[in-house]
Design a protein around this ligand. Structure first.
Ligand code: NDP
Length: 411
């Protein structure tokens, strides 16, 4: 039997997602008694702390830390002694933060799987390789507790538990129908976002991965889907990391696809930036300095956390699932609608950060309260979805479930 947790959480990172998670943790003081926000730039942590003091009369601790420096981070964890480390820095830091958690014996949670800095490639294998280490240490790593991955995985687990014996077809549809008033901006870290969406696309069909062109290339697959509230939006087939764990954990799955909406304007900018070399991730020489073009581009683009001031409109993200129950065909669409302006009024950030930071807090709550327990490394769909789904309704991301016609195999 493990000793009960004391309610101490350390949030790493101080961007848009961390800001929302800190707000949401501060709103639940009975679970999160003490909060530390630690990040590379401490002034950003202090700005979050000031906001929480003004809004909730909640004092939190802050620290400057380089999460890639494992001894430094382990030292900070050792002195604050959190029960849970919530990693809301960048995917590059995942393994270093997991190493620091292993050294200090503290549970770990994140929202995005590991990606090496020098290769635009993300997959779970690097983090799954920590399973035995975490199990032997008697600690838990909860992977992918954002919206997608995160809520979309939990929607799948919930549908599997309550509506299906077998899910055969899964389509995850992510629509941002909001407008932020900038000519070109990304909704979360520009470097991570652009690396993700310029990749070759993959989806799962009949036991194997099928590759198709990237969203900005000739032959990309897209169609107009009629989203609740948002209406018809052009939705592009995209590879997204939750597909990797879901095709392992959902038995009987014959096809799994991920779709995301993009505007013509966004795709045109991205194509030009790619074509002129601005999305390159390797170092180039510029007037005697080494620069990485995509990092330079990030410095020019608006900070995602700052987009909220002018953002209007909604996000609509959810899953259409088709399969059988008691031999009869079944189909369900589970989705959430989130409003950019409401998110800004509550937390000072836009809905993309909000829809990620809220489930990050709920995942931390599941671990902190012992609702979810285990030793090892787990994807979020491996736990009981019910308490998480209840908390989505309670903490700002209410969901709907309706019957829905299956999406065709070819769009
Ligand atoms: P931001 O770029 O806004 O914030 C990242 C933060 O991490 C910054 O405060 C940054 O510090 C800090 N950081 C970077 N490197 C280090 C380091 N070595 N040590 C300590 N801190 C560091 O990103 P977002 O808030 O938009 O995204 C956060 C995470 O959420 C990302 O991993 C992203 O992929 C994930 N995400 C997941 C989604 C999901 O649905 N699952 C959706 C959207 C995002 P500094 O301020 O100094 O730059």
């Amino acid at each position: 039997m493990k000793k009960p947790k004391s309610g101490k959480i350390m949030i790493i990172g101080a961007g848009g997602v961390a800001t929302v998670a800190a707000h949401k943790c501060a709103q639940v003081p009975e679970v999160f008694r003490e909060i530390m926000v630690a990040s590379r730039t401490e002034s950003k942590c202090k700005a979050i702390a000031d906001d929480l003091r003004n809004r909730y009369h909640k004092d939190i601790e802050t620290a400057g830390v380089d999460a890639d420096n494992v001894p430094e981070l382990a030292g900070l964890i050792g002195s604050f002694k959190p029960d849970v480390v919530l990693n809301l820095a960048l995917p590059y830091q995942d393994l270093h933060i997991m190493d620091a958690c292993l050294l200090t014996g503290v549970d770990y949670i994140d929202t995005a799987n590991y990606e090496p800095l020098d290769e635009a490639h993300f997959e779970y294998s690097w983090q799954w390789a920590y399973r035995d280490l975490f199990r032997d240490k008697g600690i838990l790593a909860l992977l992918g507790s954002g919206f997608d991955p995160g809520v979309t995985n939990v929607f799948t687990a919930y549908a599997q538990k309550h509506f299906f014996d077998e899910i055969h077809y899964l389509d995850i549809l992510d629509c941002n129908a909001g407008t932020h008033g900038h000519v070109f901006a990304t909704n979360f870290n520009p470097e991570i976002n652009i690396r993700e969406v310029t990749q070759m696309v993959r989806h799962w069909e009949n036991g194997k991965w099928i590759e198709t062109p990237a969203i900005i290339d000739e032959g990309s697959i897209h169609f107009g889907f009629d989203y609740p509230i948002a209406g018809v939006r052009d939705s592009y087939l995209l590879y997204h990391e939750e597909l990797e764990s879901l095709v392992r954990n959902v038995k009987g799955l014959k096809r799994a696809r991920f779709w995301m909406t993009f505007s013509e304007n966004y795709l045109t900018h991205l194509k030009v930036l790619r074509n002129v070399g601005m999305t390159r991730i390797d170092e180039i020489q510029y007037e005697g300095c080494k620069i990485v073009p995509i990092q330079f581009l990030k410095a020019l683009l608006p900070e995602p956390a700052s987009l909220g001031t002018q953002y209007t409109g909604k996000t609509v993200i959810g899953n259409i699932m088709t399969g059988t129950r008691d031999g009869k065909p079944q189909s369900r669409y589970i989705y959430n609608v989130c409003d950019h302006e409401d998110a800004f009024n509550e937390t000072g950030t836009q809905a993309i950060a909000y829809t990620t930071g809220v489930p990050a807090m709920i995942g931390a709550m599941m671990v902190m309260t012992g609702a979810w327990q285990g030793d090892g490394v787990f994807n979020i769909e491996e736990f009981d979805p019910d308490p998480f789904m209840d908390n989505l309704n309670k903490y700002g991301l209410p969901w709907q479930v309706v019957e829905h016609a299956p999406l065709p195999g070819k769009v």
